[in-house]
Design a protein around this ligand. Structure first.
Ligand code: GUN
Length: 291
């Protein structure tokens, strides 16, 4: 069984990015600049954004963190987005989700200039990605594809089963997996109203769990020799930790791992790759590759 090391893979890619950035700067080019907007004090979002800023440092990027309290109005936040759209020093930016209930996430996403939308959430990027045109591709699915490539795990003609249909992971993952230039796979998407989930999962050569239900992929759902990718990162209480919690994936790792040919751990699997792909998208934005 191969343990897919997302942390090491992400570190290697960030070193490659840094090398390219220093070459760009040495030849008189502009250092890529990522801005992140964080609303409120959600613990998970705070950690993600902190790690994104640290990743920018590792890649030699400039980064700017813009923080607002969770009573910011939708109009005020839309103004922040417009200012970032118009700021030529900013190559790309993200608005960390989730947003407070009184703000429409879709309105905010659609206000972002798609050429700076390094999350790949804007409908123009989603649509372009879906028909195979150049686009910012959302970071988690791109990170999963990259891990599979770097570990020489084939998907072409294989059966890929995706658990979850979110706009951020499940849907774009399915789109990319079915496209000839990316996964070239036969794709099944399962969700909370799917039937025969266990039987469907047992068909998978590659099983991608992204439904946000801790430890719900059990050994009886996995075909011997399958590759299992765990996107889950639920905080569950753990009195033995200083923080009082630990991150739990969607996969019952201890039971499932012995059956797999390869599996991602949580933490240290998909998570670091997601942030790393955001860095790759920021480099792309700096080079103005999406226009
Ligand atoms: N919240 C959870 N994942 C993400 C992400 O990839 N980008 C943003 N902006 N918010 C998130």
């Amino acid at each position: 069984m191969t343990l897919i090391d997302g942390k090491a893979t992400a570190a290697a890619i960030k070193a490659e990015i840094k090398q390219e950035v220093e070459q760009i700067v040495a030849s008189g080019g502009k250092r890529p600049h990522l801005a992140a907007v964080l609303v409120g004090h959600d613990g998970g979002s705070e950690t993600y954004v902190k790690n994104k800023v640290l990743a920018c440092e590792a890649c030699g990027f400039r980064s700017t963190l813009l923080r607002y309290e969770d009573d910011i109005t939708e109009d005020q936040l839309l103004d922040v987005v417009r200012q970032l759209n118009d700021d030529p020093s900013v190559d790309g930016f993200i608005v960390q989700l989730p947003l407070p209930g009184h703000i429409s996430e879709q309105k905010v996403i659609q206000a972002i200039d798609y050429r700076k939308d390094v999350d790949g959430f804007h409908p123009i990027n989603v649509g372009r990605m879906a028909i195979g045109l150049p686009a910012f591709i959302s970071a988690t699915p791109l990170g999963i594809l990259t891990l599979l490539q770097r570990y020489n795990i084939p998907t072409s003609g294989r059966k890929v089963v995706i658990l979850g249909r979110s706009n951020i992971v499940g849907k774009p993952m399915a789109q990319l997996m079915m496209q000839k230039q990316y996964g070239d796979a036969t794709v099944t998407v399962l969700h909370s109203h799917s039937q025969n989930i266990r039987e469907e999962c047992r068909q998978a050569d590659v099983l991608i769990a992204a439904m946000g239900r801790p430890a719900s992929v059990t050994a009886d759902m996995v075909k011997p020799g399958a590759t299992v990718i765990d996107v889950g990162t639920t905080r569950v209480p753990d009195a033995t930790r200083k923080t009082g919690f630990r991150l739990q994936g969607d996969v019952d790792f201890d039971a499932v791992a012995p059956k797999c040919s390869a599996i991602t751990p949580v933490p240290g699997g998909v998570g670091p790759m997601t942030i790393c792909m955001l860095m790759l998208n920021t480099l792309k934005a700096g080079k103005k590759e999406i226009y």
